[in-house]
Design a protein around this ligand. Structure first.
Ligand SMILES: Nc1ncnc2c1ncn2[C@@H]1O[C@H](COP(=O)(O)OP(=O)(O)OP(=O)(O)O)[C@@H](O)[C@H]1O
Length: 661
């Protein structure tokens, strides 16, 4: 490629002779007609080079979205309906960038999420909405992109990691690994994120993190991975400075030029930004106040007697006319109603109605075969692929913070050393030694129960917002998320209890057989995993940490009281003793006690030692606690059942919680 060609293609050479990309500026584009772009340079070859900058992937599937008489209500808890959008019509065609504007509360987001089939639960959408002849449904999650106003990411990941994982979760499973990598790299370059590809999205203290504009572009890149033909963007420029807003809108414009249909809610754009839109839909009080060519809006308002002062930005003026004026809401509502009524009988509305009517007519008359060929044959990734990549994501999150992990292990070791040192030399075969051994066992059980269980309570509530969003985007299902989350935690759930038990066991000098030691470590791992499962259940069931704690504290007390250490199991009153069947503290205490005392024959009995009745064999120790050696394997089975049971309950609770959203 010659130097001149590179310069025209948006690639220029820096002083070192290296190629650099520059972003396409609005001034580089001239809009000739709706959806048709030409470079300001006239050579057709140059146009092709601009296209290259925008992306060399095949043209997106053309998408026509049409909606007629769309009314949206929200259902209140008392069953009453509140109308948010009132009988709205519209059409968005391939290659067009549509601005959805209106004062705050006009119903822009409500309408857009209804069009995108992403309305929250409790919303009732009436009317007809069709994309390429198909009534909108769950397929919209696969065939359209939705850029939310507030972008959510796993903040610990880098830009590259995020896009790589999203490519695995979103793209067709038949896409080759090379093609996925190329797509990610292409988007990084197109959206000027290549230089930040190794930057964390929302790093830790003092680390470089993405700017607001870069975050928006990353959200945009995420939606573009599958190259959907239809894009919804909810206030993409909010929070950006004018230059970043201009860059982002230029990218949206470029997407439309490529053939995508882009619908965008936007707050009072500058004249420069407004020039990028082909169509304008003005909403007020849930109704359409104007829909048509952006250039025609001024004429329509003038025909109603609203003359935009020369010093005003027209869009600011339209919003001013359509907003409720504090103190004179009644008059404002009357004026808004009059604008909407006048638009409904205007020529622009009639033209729009005809277009919509024609589109629905074509839909009604197309045969099943045509409908089928219009639907995409997207094949989502296999469930195991999703699990693997989600596990990878959560492991990265954990590893990203090595200091926290090291601190946790150091803390465990410090507690283990402190506890072990208290018991050093006390675990002897004497009457006093019996209590000391039981004390050391309880420390192992308690340390692997309480703090891990409570540490789970914050995990799910913190991840709910991103989880809801990714579930609604159809990236994975609730069970896949839950299983992946648990697998990612698993290494820590083995290492931590093993280390703790190893240290306490050997410092305290508990029974020195490999069998007793090995099974005690195994039991401590099992105990910690049951505690994590129980914590997960409370976290998923109650959804917020304070509420979960309020229920978990009495529950864990009852488990502790029925563990067999504080009160003889046979002495517990009947009406409460059933709780011990849920108590993993009891099962593990019994199993670990059996490991320590089974077969022990020679416990020293000095009458002046404690004054208590003398226990000279392990069996006598076990029977003092109402434990029997036959219960060893049933205890392990009970722990496994509790582990599975709590996880199942947690999954059911999570599914219920995510379904309601
Ligand atoms: N779940 C809900 N319950 C009750 N009212 C709601 C609910 N969701 C939205 N609304 C109301 O519906 C109206 C339209 O909301 P919407 O978010 O669509 O407005 P918007 O035009 O996007 O506003 P903004 O520009 O401020 O984001 C608002 O008055 C809002 O208070």
């Amino acid at each position: 490629m010659s130097k001149s060609e590179r310069t025209l293609s948006g690639l220029s050479e820096n002083s070192n002779g290296n190629a650099e990309t520059h972003e396409l500026q609005p001034a580089d584009i001239v809009f000739v007609d709706r959806g048709i772009m030409q470079s300001k340079y006239t050579d057709p070859m140059e146009f092709a080079e601009v296209e290259e900058l925008l992306g060399t992937s095949p043209a997106p599937r053309p998408c026509t979205l049409v909606w007629r008489d769309v009314t949206v209500h929200i259902k209140h808890k008392d069953g009453k309906l509140k109308r948010l959008v009132n009988s709205v019509n519209g059409i968005a065609k391939p290659g067009s960038l549509v601005a959805l504007m209106g004062p705050s509360g006009a119903g822009k987001t409500t309408l857009m999420s209804a069009l995108a089939h992403r309305s929250p639960i409790g919303t009732v959408v009436d009317g007809a909405i069709a994309m390429n002849g198909r009534t909108v449904g769950d397929f919209m999650h696969l065939e359209s992109g939705y850029m939310h106003q507030d972008e959510l990411f796993v903040e610990n990941l880098t830009v590259m990691e995020h896009l790589t994982i999203m490519a695995r979760l979103r793209m067709d499973r038949r896409t080759s690994s090379l093609a996925r990598k190329r797509r990610v790299n292409q988007l990084l370059r197109q959206l000027s994120l290549y230089g930040s590809r190794h930057t964390r999205i929302g790093g830790l203290d003092g680390r470089k993190t993405l700017s607001g504009g870069e975050r928006k572009r990353l959200a945009f890149a995420t939606e573009l991975l599958t190259d959907p033909g239809l894009l919804f963007c909810d206030e993409p420029t909010t929070g950006l400075d004018s230059s970043s807003a201009q860059k982002l809108m230029t990218l949206l414009r470029a997407s439309a030029v490529q053939g995508k249909t882009v619908i965008c809610t936007i707050h009072q754009p500058s004249s420069e930004l407004m020039a990028l839109f082909d169509k304008l839909v003005l909403l007020a009080e849930g109704r359409v106040a104007y829909a048509g060519n952006a250039s025609g809006a001024l004429g329509f308002f003038e025909s109603l007697g609203y003359h935009c002062p020369i010093t005003y930005n027209p869009t600011d003026y339209f919003i001013k006319v359509l907003a409720l004026t504090p103190g004179s809401e009644g008059a404002s509502r009357h004026a808004i109603k009059s604008v909407c009524d006048r638009f409904a009988v205007s020529d622009a509305a009639k033209e729009l109605d005809m277009e919509i009517h024609l589109e629905f007519h074509l839909i009604d008359n197309q045969d099943e075969e045509t409908k089928r060929t219009k639907s995409s044959n997207f094949k989502p990734p296999f469930f195991h692929t999703k699990i693997i990549w989600l596990v990878y994501r959560y492991i990265l999150m954990v590893l990203r913070d090595p200091n926290v992990q090291l601190l946790r292990i150091a803390q465990k070791l410090a507690i283990a050393l402190t506890a072990g040192l208290c018991f050093i030399g006390t675990a002897r075969l004497t009457q006093a030694g019996i209590q000391d051994v039981q004390g050391a066992l309880f420390i192992i059980i308690a340390e692997n129960t309480f703090s891990p269980m409570y540490s789970m309570l914050h995990i799910f509530p913190e991840e709910f917002p991103l989880l809801y969003r990714e579930l609604r985007a159809g990236l994975y299902s609730t069970p896949i998320y839950y299983v992946a989350r648990m697998i990612a935690l698993f290494p820590g759930l083995v290492i931590e209890p093993s280390l703790f038990t190893l240290v306490v066991y050997w410092i305290a000098g508990l029974r020195s057989t490999f069998y007793a030691f090995g099974f005690t470590v195994f039991l401590s791992i099992l105990v910690l995993n049951v505690a994590i499962a129980c914590g997960s259940f409370f976290s998923c069931a109650f959804g917020s940490m304070p509420v979960a704690i309020a229920y978990l504290v009495p529950f864990d007390y009852s488990l502790m009281m029925t563990s067999g250490l504080f009160i003889k199991l046979s002495s517990i009153p009947k009406y409460i003793s059933w709780i011990r069947h849920l108590s993993w503290l009891m099962y593990s205490n019994e199993a670990m006690t059996i490991l320590q005392w089974d077969g022990v024959q020679n416990i020293t009995c000095l009458t002046d030692e404690t004054g208590a009745p003398c226990l000279s064999t392990g069996d006598e120790v076990l029977s003092m606690y109402d434990f029997t050696t036959n219960e060893f394997w049933p205890d392990i089975v009970a722990l496994v059942i509790l582990y599975l049971g709590f996880h199942l309950l947690a999954l059911i609770a999570l599914r219920y919680r995510t379904r309601r959203k």
